[in-house]
Design a protein around this ligand. Structure first.
Ligand SMILES: Nc1ncnc2c1ncn2[C@@H]1O[C@H](COP(=O)(O)OP(=O)(O)OP(=O)(O)O)[C@@H](O)[C@H]1O
Ligand SMILES: [Mg+2]
Length: 557
């Protein structure tokens, strides 16, 4: 019996509209979500040419029967909801029936699928929205989706995606986050034929340590049932905090989310415990009865809305408190006292769609929960072109380059940590792809790298294997070493600092990244404390305009 239906108009019009496929990472996200919805126990992802050339995702899940395969790439086709009321009780990751059709419109899409109980697998190929062929095929079980020549019919869009390495980093970030939603299954990931993740299945905490590269020790874990919620937290203690939130994953009902509203809640709670130390790494995992949450708010499903924000805030606060209290020595004593807690609104539990919707549109989030009142020496005014931070400080207007600032702060942090951290073996040794010349350089200069804590084996003429690195570096250090070796950069005095500079650049927030206000305030506090003038490469971090300059330009004087 076919499962997939064409959604009726009344549902179509209620689904959050907007662009789903922005870049290769969006394709990977949608395909993995489909694999997870199909109850896969093994997912294999391969990405080539930064995802523009080919993305393939195999899962050993339920598969599709021929009739379903035939229509799954058409707009508004899904097996996951049938009627309007299903939209208020979504238990699957997908529900819009839009992902495959959006992908099919902008690529050459091939899907091979086989249901366990069927004899044959079937294959369909669709090129930029048009079906090319449909035929019996071979596959032992599950579904294999291949997406080739992404944006091949949209040259302007394709040109916008310039750097395959940047795309791969974004893709890997998403894969890592999604793998945390199902640590019990097997994952394999290849980027440009390089195996970057191999996981046989295990506990959430072990997977977290593997993908963040942070050892188990600083993580604290708490699981609590606070009806109607279940909250599972694994967070680093105040002994291990970061100036960024890259290692912080939020999962709601098995869904990886990037939701500013939810983050604001969390940061407001964290502030009491972590003070000015920065952000923890880890996972905030929440389970909510599906009727108390709306997942249909963002076209790419990155956001959710809780029906009762006050209640989830309190539950999260209780759990974070528990996490800290159970290990008192890690408690960060803060001057902010909990009695300041002000919660104003009492929310109704009406499940009516329009009330549900209007509730969060109307209420500013800050009115719903307490936020520690913190005064800064500066006033953050906003972000210009998602690239420059505009800040008022002592009657001057600062224009700060967010990438340069984040890079500088990371550089200082790495420099300090490098002296204190021992070397660590990679779980999967990294293959360094090197030209013959670079291999020669490596052979000559290997001892400098070994002094720093790297352990590298040279393979006969084929490259090298990086086995160990100082623990501050994650797998992406491979890229930095490859470049250094290719460029033959080996001034022994500057080697440490050059590696740190390049690594900081790789980790830093980029031009165009939209940052949360909490992260910006954190960076700015460091900026005014550090009094640094340039990024690690020597570019200016900022320039400023005084009030008198502005006044004279506007002829106020
Ligand atoms: N890997 C897969 N295994 C089994 N069935 C799949 C797989 N991928 C897609 N399907 C089927 O194809 C349908 C359409 O997939 P598509 O991703 O376009 O929509 P969706 O998952 O229902 O909703 P959304 O657009 O929110 O992702 C799914 O509802 C599902 O029935
Ligand atoms: Mg889907």
């Amino acid at each position: 019996m076919p499962q997939i239906i064409f959604l009726p108009e009344e549902i179509k019009s209620k689904i959050a509209a907007g662009e789903i496929i922005e870049r290769p990472a969006s394709v990977v996200k949608e395909l993995i979500e489909n694999a997870l919805d199909a109850k896969a126990t093994f997912i294999k992802i391969e990405v080539k040419g930064g995802g523009l050339k080919e993305i393939s995702v195999y899962d050993d899940g339920e598969g599709m029967e021929a009739e379903d395969l035939r229509i799954c790439y058409k707009p508004h086709t899904t097996s996951k909801i049938k009627k309007l009321s299903d939209l208020f009780r979504i238990t699957t990751l997908g529900f819009r029936g839009e992902a495959l059709s959006s992908i099919a419109q902008v690529s050459k899409l091939t899907i091979v699928s086989k249901k366990a109980e069927e004899l044959l697998a079937y294959e369909i190929q669709v090129e930029y929205g048009k079906e090319n062929f449909f035929k019996p095929s071979v596959l032992s079980k599950g579904t294999l989706v291949k997406v080739k020549d992404l944006f091949g019919n949209l040259p302007a869009r394709k040109a916008f995606i310039k750097n395959p390495k940047t795309e791969n980093l974004k893709t890997l970030e998403i894969i890592k986050g999604l793998s945390l939603t199902k640590p019990e299954i097997k994952w394999e990931v290849f980027l440009e034929d390089r195996k970057v993740l191999s996981w046989e299945g295990g506990t959430l905490k072990t997977l977290l340590t593997k993908i963040t590269g942070i050892e188990e020790e600083p993580f604290r874990e708490v699981y609590q049932e606070i009806p109607p919620y279940e909250i599972h937290l694994i967070l680093t203690s105040t002994s291990k905090t970061f100036s960024h939130t890259r290692f912080l994953y939020t999962l709601v009902n098995g869904r990886l989310i990037k939701d500013e509203r939810f983050q604001k809640m969390l940061f407001s709670i964290f502030k009491v415990f972590y003070g000015n130390l920065g952000f923890p790494a880890g996972i905030i995992k929440v389970k909510v009865p599906p009727h108390l949450i709306d997942v249909n708010v963002h076209p790419a499903k990155w956001e959710v809305r809780f029906k009762d924000e006050k209640k989830i805030y309190q539950a999260l606060e209780t759990s974070v408190e528990e996490l800290f209290l159970s290990k008192k020595k890690y408690f960060y004593s803060s001057s902010v006292r909990k009695e300041n807690l002000q919660i104003k609104e009492d929310l109704s539990l009406d499940t009516n769609f329009s009330t549900f919707r209007s509730f969060y549109r109307e209420k500013p989030l800050e009115s719903l929960f307490y936020s520690p009142v913190k005064t800064y020496l500066f006033k953050y005014l906003g972000q210009f072109l998602d690239t420059y931070l505009l800040v008022e400080h002592e009657k001057e207007l600062y224009l700060i380059d967010q990438h340069a600032l984040s890079e500088r702060i990371l550089f200082e942090e790495l420099k300090e940590k490098l002296l204190k951290t021992p070397s660590q073996e990679f779980l999967i040794p990294l293959l360094l792809k090197l030209s013959e010349r670079a291999l020669e350089t490596l052979e000559e200069k290997r001892s400098y790298l070994e002094e720093m804590g790297f352990e590298i084996d040279i393979l006969d003429g084929k490259g090298a294997i990086l086995r160990k690195a100082p623990a501050i570096f994650k797998e992406d250090i491979g890229e930095v070493l490859e470049k250094l070796l290719e460029e033959n950069f080996f001034n022994p005095q500057d080697l440490n600092s050059e590696i740190l500079k390049r690594y900081a650049c790789l980790l830093a927030r980029k031009k165009g990244d939209h940052l949360s206000e909490e992260e910006i305030n954190f960076l700015l506090e460091k900026f005014f404390k550090l009094k640094a003038e340039t990024c690690p490469h020597g570019r200016p971090l900022y320039f400023k305009i005084s009030a008198s300059e502005i006044e004279s330009k506007l002829r106020r004087r």
